[in-house]
Design a protein around this ligand. Sequence first.
Ligand code: AMP
Ligand code: MG
Length: 285
Amino acid sequence: MKATNFLVDSKEKFRIKDCPTTPDDKLSKEEGEKRTAGNIEEMINLQDVFYASQKYSLLLIFQALDAAGKDGTIKHVMSGLNPQGTEVHSFKQPSTEEISHDYLWRAHEKLPERGMIGIFNRSYYEDVLVVRVHNLLNNILYPDVIHNDDIWQKRFRQINDFEKYLHENGTIILKFFLNISKEEQARRFIKRIDDKSKNWKFSEGDIKEREHWDDYQKAFQETLAVTSTKTSPWYVIPADKKWYARLAVSEIIVNKLKELKLTYPQVSKEQLLKLQAYKKMLEDK
Ligand code: AMP
Ligand code: MG
């Protein structure tokens, strides 16, 4: 498995239907799970330095259709990390207050501080996905300039500008689209109906959304193609096998953290001498 295989790196040629939903290598589940466990172990150490160095923020964005495994992937891949250095935000339908602002407003205040790993479970990308598919803009009182044909192109540009701004200010961004097949989604919905402990996860809305499958694929295709950039890349993760999605996501995060080559902050010579003096004081007591 090579993480770069999942990178969206060609705007013109990118076709979502060419992206696999199942693993296309020979890795066994057992082998894969072992590798994921190793990645998580590595991530724990890398996060420690990331937090201590206070240099960058890391923003991980997860988008997908229902039942693709966003919650499970986040839970699994982040297990073991120091909760003090991570924060997860789920973006639901905007509140009255949120909708009275520009669409990036609610995301901006949830961005991770330096040293922190921030996870967005859905994000401002909903504003070019669900909002586009369901034409939700018509329900909002906006100035006339916004109700224009090129609204989506404008939003793509705004998002690219926003992410560039974040990058230039020390936020590292990785974006994951968990790519599930329509058949696997049906299987998971049936499981949610059959398994009493999973009933709460199923809503009538899920069936309604499924009817818009093709519209979503189209919206995702354009979004991913236009907003995957060198500094803020999209990865399309095959998500029909949960263990494989977890492996791919953990691998991409670990690679990125390693690339930064961060080190613990160094203390000055004077500070070191002081530390030795304090130690002596403590030992003398
Ligand atoms: P869930 O993630 O299953 O709890 O569902 C959250 C719901 O909120 C999804 O149906 C999203 O499409 C919806 N949602 C998130 N952001 C927005 C938004 N900006 N506008 C409209 N709906 C949204
Ligand atoms: Mg849902």
